[in-house]
Design a protein around this ligand. Structure first.
Ligand code: HAM
Length: 413
């Protein structure tokens, strides 16, 4: 038997129904904040991610689904959404047009990670990206949006907040961190020695416990913030407080992707094992320019849909309530009629017809098994009187409904 690849999952009902519900909630709330849907390809040039997510990140270093296509191009399944959206923004010359552009997207991302609970190789994200707005109010705006989405999905999280400073703050911080790492060189792992050369702040993400003990005394990035980042960070916290968004400061939150500056945040939950991020984002004011566009502000976040669904599935019955109408006929000759009645019913309700004649009891059993609320059955009497026999499968009520009034009868369902 051929099975799905490791770390890749089919979404079958009721999980697929939950997936649609989550995406619908996200898109609806994002639309209220002025964010419109965009779609970008799943496959991009590998160089796009090397340049944006960064050579020193685990995503680029270890996790990319990278291959040469038939034309000899070095391509890669997108490991995240931001880089492709930035490329699309530049390619559409919107960096030159100016103005503020607010976009959202949903779809598959691919990372060759070790699969475990809440960690897949193909997973889905809902993300938002805003271009052209440098005000920290937009950072607060998207954080509030994520907060509202999580709240409406009834997912309890903690918001962790940090500022990574401007480019020059970051350069200053890296110098201080390198001195600290040099002084502790004998005690840090080989990976961290490599990270020190490529991008020292990556060491703060090291999973090695002995390294983490050392980094407890490492300099903090928030101590290297200049006036601009410090003022923005203070204002961001004021806005969040004034708007009822609770947060915790986390000076060690550096995010796993290289393109961030200033605001960085994650919403974490401990409901699916060890504290894991269900949403991550931040500001990336240098990325558009870095990918060849005209310098434009950027800020955004992405949520991991599987992680949200895993938390929701813990709490609620994911299967939907019985709904819709099952349409069956007792005899071969009434199948065309049943088919057209189902067509008519669809003006107001979900309707599915059975294409083979069955006895009443068999139809009722099939309707129950299929999760329908009603069974509508056509036999000789029904065809002659032009009235369908309808049973409510929840309360057992039976009645006859004229063919002409079917659409009105079910319009509240
Ligand atoms: P990220 O933190 O790499 O950020 O991913 C965002 C979310 O995707 C994570 O918080 C997590 O919920 C989910 N996620 C990541 N990897 C996996 C996995 N292997 N399996 C299941 N879920 C996963 C980004 O991707 C940035 N592009 C976010 C962003 C948008 N920043 C600015 N704009």
């Amino acid at each position: 038997m051929i099975t799905a690849l490791r770390g890749m999952k089919d979404l079958l009902p009721p999980t697929s129904i939950l997936y649609e519900k989550v995406i619908k909630t996200c898109t609806k709330i994002a639309a209220k904040y002025g964010y419109e849907s965009i779609h970008t390809p799943h496959l991009e040039a590998t160089s796009l991610f090397r340049r944006s997510v960064g050579e020193s990140s685990d995503i680029v270093g270890k996790e990319m689904y990278q291959f040469e296509d038939k034309g000899g191009n070095d391509v890669c399944l997108r490991p995240e959404g931001t880089a492709g959206v930035v490329r699309a923004f530049i390619e559409a010359k919107l960096d030159r047009a100016g103005g503020v552009h607010r976009w959202c997207y949903a779809g598959s991302m691919f990372r060759y990670e070790r699969p475990q609970k809440g960690r897949l190789r193909e997973f889905h994200q809902f993300g938002v990206e805003c271009f052209g707005e440098g005000s920290v109010y937009e950072d607060a705006n998207i954080i509030t949006m994520a907060y509202e989405i999580l709240k409406s999905l009834e997912i309890k999280t903690t918001l962790k907040l940090n500022s990574l400073g401007t480019a020059s703050d970051m350069a200053e911080y890296k110098k201080r961190l390198i001195s600290f790492l040099d002084a502790n060189d004998a005690h840090i792992c080989e990976d961290c020695k490599r990270r020190k050369q490529t991008n020292p702040i990556r060491v703060l993400d090291c999973k090695n416990e002995s390294c983490q003990i050392i980094y407890a005394n490492a300099p903090l990035i928030t101590d290297s913030l200049g006036d601009e980042a410090r003022t923005d960070f203070a204002l961001l916290q004021d806005i969040l407080r004034q708007n009822g968004v609770e947060y915790e400061l986390d000076a060690r939150l550096v995010r796993g992707l290289d393109y961030y500056c200033k605001t960085a945040f994650e919403f974490v939950s401990d409901e699916i094992g060890a504290q894991s991020a269900v949403t991550g984002g931040g500001r990336y004011d240098r990325l558009v320019e870095y990918l060849g566009g005209r310098a434009s502000y950027g800020v955004g976040f992405a949520m991991g849909i599987e992680r949200l669904m895993a938390i929701m599935a813990l709490k609620q019955e994911t299967s939907t309530m019985p709904n819709g109408v099952y349409v069956g006929s007792l005899d071969d000759e009434f199948i065309p009629l049943a088919f057209s009645l189902a067509n008519r019913l669809r003006k107001s309700v979900k309707a599915v017809s059975c294409y083979e004649p069955r006895k009443l009891a068999k139809h009722l059993q099939a309707a129950n098994n299929g999760g329908f609320k009603y069974a509508l059955i056509i036999g000789e009497d029904e065809a002659r009187s032009e009235q369908a026999w309808v049973k409510n499968l929840i309360n057992g009520d039976e009645r006859r409904i004229k063919f002409d009034t079917l659409v009105q009868e079910f319009c509240d369902e």
